[in-house]
Design a protein around this ligand. Structure first.
Ligand code: C5P
Length: 244
């Protein structure tokens, strides 16, 4: 994989036109475009094929499924396998559900969302997580990653702070996708992301892919910002080669 292939840009827009504009602008520097709830709900499932054809790559469909097994399996069977590379499900539905959906498609990879990077200790305690686990969200991430691994998921979504430990416990082939990326030059005012790392740190820690949204989208020159992120990824990959 080239450095560029590891950069995922979330198309967090409410219209196809805006999304297409950013695909056109960024496709030379972005490996995978992510379609999430915002665009999917606004434009409907056809958006997947349209974006995949425009970008000439498969899509990361990030709907973060959370429901009973039969419902998720049925939804999964309706997905357009030709256009989708990854889908996401929440880990906290337990081993049985993750197992049921991990076997549905050979072609679409399942990523389990461990703990949202926007959650901190206080939030986790408020929703009933044991304070001993919540005081170090990384421990909860690792516990959930283990469930995803045992269920046969292809990988997890976790913060860059846990990427290294996930890789060392579950092996190189277990995919790690890391959102909550904030380059030193791309901090966001009133940021909702809490457990953040830079692109360089995420890759050094073992992330296979990084999701970078607002630091690119809101930059004065989004193309230049994406190019800068790819350079950071490249630098980290080179440093990894030197050290390991
Ligand atoms: O870089 P930025 O914060 O703008 O990225 C936002 C994107 O990352 C959104 O599409 C959101 O769904 C995704 N995200 C995620 N998992 C998290 C945090 C954010 O997939 N834990």
């Amino acid at each position: 994989m080239e450095a560029k292939d590891r950069l995922i840009f979330p198309l967090d827009f409410s219209s196809l036109n805006e999304a297409k504009h950013y695909v056109g602008l960024l496709k030379d520097y972005v490996g995978i475009f992510k379609v999430g709830l915002q665009l999917f709900v606004a434009e409907g499932p056809r958006v997947i094929q349209t974006i995949a054809e425009d970008a000439n790559t498969k899509i990361f469909l990030d709907l973060k499924f959370h429901d009973i097994p039969v419902t998720i399996k049925s939804a999964q069977k309706s997905l357009l396998e030709d256009y989708i590379k990854f889908i996401t499900v929440h880990c906290d539905q337990g081993l049985r559900l993750l197992k049921a959906i991990a076997g549905v498609s050979d072609r679409i990879k399942i990523l389990a969302v461990t703990v949202l990077t926007s959650l901190n200790t206080r939030d986790l305690i408020d929703i009933g997580i044991d304070p001993n686990l919540a005081k170090d969200p990384s421990q909860l991430v690792l516990k959930r990653a283990e469930v995803a691994y045992r269920a046969g998921c292809d990988g997890v979504v976790c913060s860059g702070l846990e990427a290294k430990e996930v890789k060392s416990r579950f092996g190189r082939d277990f995919i790690v996708v890391t959102p909550g990326i904030r380059p030193q030059w791309g901090l966001i005012a009133d940021d909702d992301q809490k457990r953040v790392v830079t692109p360089y740190e995420a890759i050094i820690n073992g992330a296979d892919y990084i999701v970078v949204g607002r630091p690119i989208r809101d930059a004065p020159d989004p193309r230049a910002a994406a190019q800068k992120v790819v350079k950071e990824i490249e630098q980290a990959l080179n440093d990894l080669k030197l050290h390991y």
